[in-house]
Design a protein around this ligand. Structure first.
Ligand SMILES: [Zn+2]
Length: 182
């Protein structure tokens, strides 16, 4: 749980370094990240429980797109089949930067009894295969959504534009019935 907050904080710090924010704003942002932490954990567990293979990330992409639209971002969906690109324009002039998360899962069967463990099985290379976020993309998505939410809340302070890219099929080249690799 702490890991997500730390990583979310790290992405924010990257933005903040560019934005050259003052100490008071930094404290406010730290507080907002802390308050958002239970939601970040919930999002990550949702994605973990509902993994989708490369180029099949329909539900994942849709959920991300809806969540970003609700924040008022300029959302393009679908991009490259199931991907999402969202743009947040800050109120102050500055550079354009991109932040990326990958959204696909692997043909791996999860073997544990966590309440949010994946029970998903799909046809893959001619047989039923388990699907799992075994590479951390569930966490990447939750962290980038959190970053989008915090920056949206503070867009009056944001110098420049942030492009959020949720990339499908990171685990392998697009093929018709799934991919291998990692
Ligand atoms: Zn990966």
């Amino acid at each position: 749980m702490k890991k997500f907050c730390v990583t979310a904080c790290l992405s924010l710090f990257a933005i903040l370094a560019i934005a050259q924010i003052d100490a008071k704003l930094k404290l406010k942002l730290d507080q907002q990240v802390k308050e958002l932490e239970p939601k970040i954990v919930e999002w990550r567990r949702y994605f973990h429980e509902h993994p989708e293979l490369s180029n099949r990330e329909e539900k994942t992409g849709e959920r991300i797109a809806n969540q970003l639209k609700a924040l008022g971002l300029d959302v393009q969906y679908p991009v490259a089949k199931t991907g999402v690109v969202a743009i947040l324009k800050g109120s102050k002039p500055g550079p354009v930067i991109a932040l990326r998360a990958d959204i696909d899962a692997l043909p791996v069967t999860e073997r544990n009894s966590l309440p949010f463990a994946s029970k998903v099985k799909v046809p893959f290379n001619g047989q039923e295969t388990g699907v799992m976020h075994a590479c951390g993309h569930d966490a990447h998505m939750a962290i980038l959504l959190a970053t989008a939410e915090i920056l949206s809340k503070n867009k009056s302070e944001l110098k420049g534009t942030v492009k959020f890219i949720f990339q499908p099929a990171e685990e392998g080249a697009p093929v018709s019935d799934g991919v291998s690799g990692g």
